[in-house]
Write a new protein. Structure first.
Length: 596
């Protein structure tokens, strides 16, 4: 008598029971680490008796810690799968083998470039480079190109139309496959823009690949995504691992060097247990049109307001409809550009913060998969931890001023602190180890010397960026209670310098907070001030750091010497080479934003 086939994920890729065991393992491991950490801190704070401040420190730490705990678990799992398990990719992404197929594509795919007050010349160069890459691979006829504009500035809109005419004049064979549409209003924001495409043209396409203005994907990657989609009809969304494109900006180079190391192991580990309920980042992903159009209509918030951060809700709705949401956790030809300055980076983070906090009102959506609901909670926790970590800094500095802390076990406290720093850096450390262990791993970054110098610069910078970001998010979350919002205009993409006035206007609160914390700690507990420097110095040096990393000469020096370089800068892929050789942008018309 044959046993029954165990329940499988919708695409039949994995046993649901196996995924459940993986999730329980990660939950148990993370829970054990988290509980151990809290009990350790509680034992330290209990020395001398509990007070209001000590309880507040413990509670704040408890709120801030989960991100670091799961981060170290994901990083450890990812490093194991990447370097010590021959079947690591198959275990995390069993669908990936379908990309090895040489079968001709039979489906139709729409590339959707969404624009709002962006530099048209710059954006069109990227889309045309993608078209050329697809043509080089021999599959351009299976893809159509849509420029979906929500631009409100008539001058920029005229430039968009001119770029469309120029493309059609220079590539007449694309006339029927290039579509341009501008909406009178941006109702529903980017999600509304894509919804309009679905209602007008969606029925003619099997897949769509949404793109941001700074997105770039090579033909090989797009073809692989479609091959996977054709092979597995119940994969609804397939998200790529998006890499930072080579940049002349010192800030972008430093940030994305660390991001690349950190996300490689983290994403592989997270993909292993998230399985069919993975995340969606809204761009550089393959989306199956029919179920997305039918099942991923976004609900509205109170007061008939639209959702800002649409992507993770769409992923939850797609999985609820019986389609898998998967991540391809390998580096491929999928790129984006990171903000060129610390100020631009903070603006982007606050936009994400504002959008993700809306998920609180959507957690009660009916019939979501437990993992999909967890993804929403996790997206919220990214920003809830910011005020908690800021509170830990402030309360720890205040404690010696109002209490006798001589009874605290300093040795244990230092060990806990060093453990926290390790957990904070664990994804980056795992990524650095992964690169060092890979064949020719360090030569891809210009050699061991340049790689480790870049790693040192990035780790030091990450403490500054982390401190500034957490404090900015804390202030912004406080402002949300009073209906403070931040707009979504065109973003700065190219390297640019910052002025002292603009930078000071944005970052003086960070300086004031850091000076107060370090001043109090230095006066009352000099040892505490010294030990806390990695986490607190960033507030004080934020202004000079922002100015230095925005300085074009610093970025040029880093690029000239190959510091914080990406592998694509050392061995330039064809699509990046073609993009670099294409005519420079003729306009720089994205609207500027006011300081934070």
């Amino acid at each position: 008598m044959h046993g029954r086939t165990p329940p499988m994920t919708p695409a039949g890729l994995q046993s649901l029971a196996e995924l459940q065991r993986r999730r329980l393992f990660v939950a148990a491991l993370s829970g054990l680490v988290y509980l151990t950490w809290l009990l350790w801190l509680a034992a330290i704070l209990n020395a001398g008796g509990w007070t209001f401040l000590r309880v507040a420190i413990l509670i704040s730490f408890a709120i801030a810690a989960p991100w670091s705990v799961l981060g170290v678990c994901n990083a450890a799992l990812g490093l194991w799968l990447l370097r010590f398990d021959r079947n690591g990719l198959a275990a995390a992404a069993p669908f990936a083998a379908a990309a090895l197929s040489n079968a001709p594509l039979t489906s139709r795919t729409a590339l959707l470039l969404t624009l709002r007050n962006e530099d048209p010349s710059r954006a069109f160069r990227r889309l045309r480079a993608m078209r050329a890459s697809l043509a080089s691979a021999g599959f351009a006829s299976r893809f159509d190109f849509f420029v979906l504009s929500d631009t409100s500035d008539s001058r920029i809109a005229s430039e968009e139309e001119a770029e469309v005419h120029r493309w059609r004049d220079e590539e007449p064979e694309d006339s029927e496959r290039l579509h341009y549409r501008r909406r009178a209003s941006n109702e529903g924001y980017k999600a509304g823009n894509i919804r309009d495409f679905l209602e007008r043209w969606g029925g003619a396409y099997d897949f769509m690949i949404p793109l941001d203005a700074d997105s770039l994907m090579d033909g090989e990657t797009m073809i692989k995504l479609v091959q996977i989609g054709e092979a597995h009809e119940r994969i609804g969304i397939l998200q790529t691992l998006v890499l930072g494109a080579p940049s002349n900006s010192a800030f972008a180079r430093i940030f994305q060097f660390g991001m690349r190391q950190g996300m490689r192991s983290y994403t592989m580990g997270a993909t292993w247990w998230a399985g069919d309920c993975g995340p969606f980042w809204g761009h550089n992903a393959l989306v199956r049109v029919a179920p997305f159009s039918q099942h991923c209509v976004l609900p509205k918030l109170e007061g008939d307001r639209h959702i800002l951060s649409h992507d993770q809700i769409e992923a939850a709705l797609m999985r609820r409809a019986g389609f898998e949401v998967r991540v391809l956790p390998v580096e491929c030809g999928s790129f984006e550009e990171n903000p060129p300055t610390l100020i631009d980076f903070l603006r982007r983070e606050l936009r994400w913060c504002q959008g993700n906090m809306q998920y609180v009102r959507l957690l009660a959506l009916p019939d979501l998969e437990p993992m999909s609901r967890f993804q929403l909670v996790w997206a919220i926790s990214m920003f809830i931890g910011a005020p908690a970590s800021t509170a830990v800094m402030a309360l720890a500095a205040l404690l010696p001023a109002v209490e006798d802390v001589s009874a605290l076990p300093t040795g244990s406290l230092k060990a806990l602190y060093l453990t926290f720093l390790f957990f904070h850096l664990a994804p980056k450390i795992a990524g650095l180890i992964d690169a060092a262990l890979a064949r020719d791993g360090l030569s891809r970054y210009g050699g061991a010397g340049r790689f480790w110098i870049g790693a040192g610069i990035e780790i030091a910078s990450s403490f500054i960026i982390g401190a500034v970001t957490s404090f900015s998010e804390t202030l912004f979350l406080a402002g949300l209670a009073f209906d403070r919002t931040i707009g979504w205009p065109g973003q700065a993409r190219d390297a640019r310098g910052l002025g002292l006035r603009e930078t000071t206007a944005a970052l003086w609160p960070h300086l004031a907070f850091g000076a107060a914390v370090l001043g109090a700690a230095g006066a009352l507990a000099p040892s505490l001030a010294l030990w806390s420097t990695p986490l607190t110095l960033g507030y004080v040096v934020a202004i000079p750091f922002a100015l230095a990393t925005a300085e074009p000469r610093v970025g040029a020096w880093l690029r000239r010497n190959g510091i914080c370089a990406s592998p694509e800068e050392i061995a330039e892929p064809e699509i990046l080479r073609d993009l670099r050789r294409s005519p420079a942008p003729r306009s720089h018309c994205a609207k500027a934003e006011s300081p934070l």
